[in-house]
Write a protein that binds this ligand. Structure first.
Ligand code: MN
Length: 202
């Protein structure tokens, strides 16, 4: 079954000025859509056409870089949209306790995300992830993903220039500060409570 371009889980102007509707029109409507279209074209008529996205990503990792890049980017972007909050989300409960345990405080975690994102060379992703009940900040390069590994991703931030250039130009730290204030801690708490990797809808 072909993969779908999932709808944004918020209004396209809900995150401005951190992320504008114009950025989302390109980032979701063009970039994410292209990853979906290229992946669907590559798997049509093959025995991979019935795989779920996470299985496909694991199957082509290390063997088909082009299809890995496109399929991983479908997943990464879906996860990124859900990682953003339009309504003042804050961590609570077990998530808040695990953040304190791993980083000392929520502010310290935010600083670590901002530092990792600003220091990341070129394109990629910075993640909050969980393994064995312990939280950590992780980075992946280009299209690489935590979708098919043994870590449970809780949140992700897109570090590609297309994520921020229209709104913040070359100032990645300004984008990071703005987007870290818009993280969806409810989504992170759901992922932590499930204890297994989020699945791309469809
Ligand atoms: Mn992107």
């Amino acid at each position: 079954m072909p993969f779908e371009l999932i709808d944004l889980p918020f209004a396209s102007d809900a995150l401005a000025p951190a992320i504008s509707a114009e950025t989302l029109s390109f980032h979701h409507g063009k970039h994410h859509k292209t990853y979906v279209d290229k992946t669907n074209a590559a798997i049509e008529g093959t025995d991979m056409a019935s795989d779920d996205l996470e299985t496909l990503i694991g199957k082509v990792r290390g063997s088909n870089q082009g299809l890995f890049n496109n399929s991983a980017q479908i997943w990464n972007h879906g996860f990124y949209w859900y990682s953003l909050c339009d309504d003042g989300c804050t961590p609570s409960g077990d998530l808040a306790a695990k953040i304190d345990e791993a980083f000392g405080s929520l502010d310290a975690l935010k600083e670590k995300l901002a530092g990792a994102g600003a220091g990341h060379f070129a394109s990629g992703w910075v993640w909050l992830a969980e393994k064995g009940g312990k939280l950590s900040v992780e980075e992946t390069h280009d299209a690489d993903t935590l979708a098919d590994g043994d870590m449970n991703p809780l949140l992700v931030i897109d570090l590609w220039e297309h994520a921020y250039y229209l709104d913040h130009q070359n100032a990645r730290p300004a984008y990071l500060d703005a987007v870290i204030a818009k993280l969806n801690w409810d989504f992170a708490a759901e992922n932590l409570a499930r204890g297994s990797t989020w699945k791309y809808p469809g």
